[in-house]
Design a protein around this ligand. Structure first.
Ligand code: F6P
Length: 320
């Protein structure tokens, strides 16, 4: 490719900026021109695009969010939207594109590749639900943010002998909830991927651990599974332990990316440009066992990754 574009799509994730920086700097170092596309695929449809130079990406490595803005673009799910995107690329001489985002964004990347614009996807989402990759950009930061928040909840629940129910993001996937629960010593972890019963796995657990000397409790619940405020009332009624609920919400999406997320984003960004340099598109660049690899997008979208069931069982074993 001679001129490539980069965009971020879907929910933002800390470390996306590090990915943008790697793409821009790597492309320029290799003699290519680079443009930044604003607001995800929307910018491609309506030509909201900026020319990038090496200094355009200064001072963003350590910042959360995405300097290119992001969006979930419905129009790009339709053929007409894809054709508009393709036309913009042709008009501007963009002959390669890097898309940082989640599964939905990869579908757009595949469609654009099929339409003739080689496009490479990089996983960026706090949910870590990209099956073909061990980790996605933003997960490590969100995990550390959630852990810090739950540690704070622990202080106050410990002081009051309370139970703290905490709702953690994940868009139906339990990775963030499970790892936060493990790192914070939650007495119960409720995620979609496992068989769970409130009476057996929360109420009885609180009662049995209370009988051997435990006074405060953390219950980690994946977003969208249940109403955590109603659950808190139920726990209080059935166990007699005063209970409060907290929804962590978008706090988990912001903040300074961890070193791990910056390094991951840099590795993936460089690899994506190396593919486009050779004119290769329709690939997703991911991390597998600490090695950067790439897959055909369709193949990547068909892969399945569950949560770490052994880890879930380990938590039940030791949080007694
Ligand atoms: O995909 C990231 C994520 O934060 C999910 O965990 C959550 O379900 C969703 O995005 C929230 O979306 P929005 O930012 O549109 O409220």
């Amino acid at each position: 490719a001679k001129k490539i574009g980069v965009l971020t799509s879907g929910g933002d994730a800390p470390g996306m900026n590090a990915g943008i920086r790697a793409v821009v700097r790597c492309a320029i170092a290799k003699g290519m021109e680079v443009v930044g596309v604003h607001h995800g695929y929307n910018g491609l449809i309506n030509g909201d695009i900026e020319q990038m130079d090496v200094r355009s990406v200064s001072e963003i490595l350590h910042r959360g969010g995405t300097m290119l803005y992001t969006a979930r673009c419905l129009e790009f799910k339709e053929q007409a939207g894809i054709l508009k995107g393709k036309e913009t690329c042709e008009k501007m001489g963009i002959d390669g594109l890097v898309v940082i985002g989640g599964d939905g964004s990869f579908r757009g990347a595949r469609d654009l590749s099929l339409a003739g614009i080689p496009t490479v996807g990089i996983p960026g989402t706090i949910d870590n639900d990209i099956s073909c990759s061990d980790f996605s950009i933003g997960f490590d930061t969100a995990l550390n943010t959630a852990v810090e928040a739950v540690d704070r909840l622990r202080d106050t629940s410990q002081s009051h002998d309370r139970c703290s129910v905490v709702e953690i993001m994940g868009h139906g996937a339990g990775h963030l909830t499970l790892d936060t629960g493990i790192a914070c010593g939650a007495c119960a972890i409720w995620v979609n991927e496992v068989d769970f019963d409130v009476d057996r796995d929360i109420i009885q657990k609180i009662k049995s651990t209370a009988s051997n000397g435990k006074h405060h409790f953390i219950v980690a619940v994946g977003e969208g599974i249940t109403d955590v405020h109603a659950l808190a009332k139920e726990i209080e009624t059935k166990t007699g332990v005063e209970t409060r609920a907290t929804v962590l919400g978008h706090i988990q999406r912001g903040g300074t990316p961890t070193a791990r997320d910056r390094v991951l984003a840099t590795k993936l960004g460089v690899h994506a440009v190396e593919l486009l340099e050779k004119g290769i598109g329709n690939r997703v660049v991911v991390i597998k066992g600490n090695t950067v690899v790439d897959y055909d997008i369709l193949e990547a979208l068909q892969m399945k990754k569950g949560i770490d069931k052994k880890l879930f069982e380990d938590a039940k074993l030791i949080n007694i």
